[in-house]
Design a binder for this molecule. Structure first.
Ligand code: CP
Ligand code: NVA
Length: 300
């Protein structure tokens, strides 16, 4: 029997595997509505989300359906988990009834426990630590427009400790790009890598970058720090000043939801919304291919 695949972290995928996923994602994007893959036929996948979601939930539910499977959204508040049932028991029971699990939660340890006890593939749909599906899809979105990301400079402006930034930092060495985090000092990346640099200067991070990327200043679960963060991050945004020093053909990405005139200037968002919405759409195509890879059916 083949070992189970999980996608809990950017560390769970090799560049070569990601490239196979991107190839299939592009094919399925082009042929949507003409080609009907069946990688999840007769399968039921559960989604447990302990935090709100628009894009991740929608893209996974649609992806599962378009692969011939059924998606079962389980409200975390209605599960016995909310009354303290151990993850071990929940995971064991899910594993006897469904074929895979997609989970959005707080601690990375929780997705690891589901993977350890469920005996089914588990996908991290965002934890406090990582958002690997987002970044995998974002690398695809960059390459779709600009070719290989290898050797390029990517600037992440905002909270260098947040889940999205951490997944970007783990991806840097794997894909061979240089990530510059432009964050206040207390929010530098915890990832130590020759491919990751931290600076408190937005200009230094953005200088000659091929991609300017940002995310909210206040991630889900950090609401109690809102006032402090609004002050600390007030200069850490993608605006005309950042764009003026970036590469002439720099892309602007935002994982969304976006707060205008906070982490991204309203005028920049409005000018670049087409590339940002395409970035969001690609979550569907990439996650479809990711699901097929996870169940070992990327090639039929
Ligand atoms: N970018 C992203 O993951 O969006 P949602 O929180 O809406 O899923
Ligand atoms: N860092 C953000 C990402 C939202 C998709 C958060 O965790 O809220």
């Amino acid at each position: 029997m083949k070992p189970l695949r999980h996608f809990l972290s950017m560390n769970d995928i090799e560049e070569e595997e990601a490239r196979m996923i991107f190839k299939k994602a592009l094919e399925w994007k082009k042929n949507r509505g003409k080609e009907f893959p069946t990688a999840l036929q007769y399968q039921t996948w559960a989604l447990i989300f302990k935090k709100p979601s628009t894009r991740t939930r929608l893209s996974f539910e649609v992806a599962i359906r378009e692969l011939g499977g059924e998606a079962l959204f389980l409200s975390s508040q209605d599960l016995q988990l909310a009354r303290g049932e151990p993850i071990e028991d929940t995971a064991q029971v899910l594993g006897r009834m469904v074929h895979g699990l997609i989970i959005r939660t707080y601690e990375q340890k929780e997705v690891e426990l589901f993977a350890a006890y469920g005996n089914i593939p588990v996908i991290n749909a965002l934890t406090d630590e990582e958002h690997p599906c987002q970044v995998l899809s974002d690398i695809f979105s960059f390459e779709e427009k600009r070719g290989s990301i290898k050797g390029k400079k990517v600037a992440f402006i905002g909270d260098g400790c947040c889940n999205v930034a951490k997944s970007w930092a783990l991806a840097a060495e794997k894909f061979g790009f240089y990530l510059w985090i432009g964050s206040p000092r207390g929010y530098f990346s915890p990832v130590k890598s020759d491919f990751v640099q931290n600076t408190s200067s937005v200009e230094e991070a953005a200088q000659d970058a091929a991609l300017l990327y940002t995310d909210v200043w206040i991630s889900m679960g950090k609401e109690q720090e809102a006032d402090k963060r609004q002050m600390e991050f007030s200069q850490y945004r993608i605006d005309r000043r950042a764009l003026s020093v970036a590469s002439k053909d720099a892309l602007v990405f935002h994982c969304l939801p976006a707060y205008r005139d906070k982490e991204i200037a309203l005028e920049v968002f409005n000018e670049r919304k087409e590339e940002i919405y395409t970035q969001a759409e690609n979550r569907l195509h990439v996650q479809k291919a990711l699901l097929a890879w996870i169940v070992g059916k990327l090639n039929g």
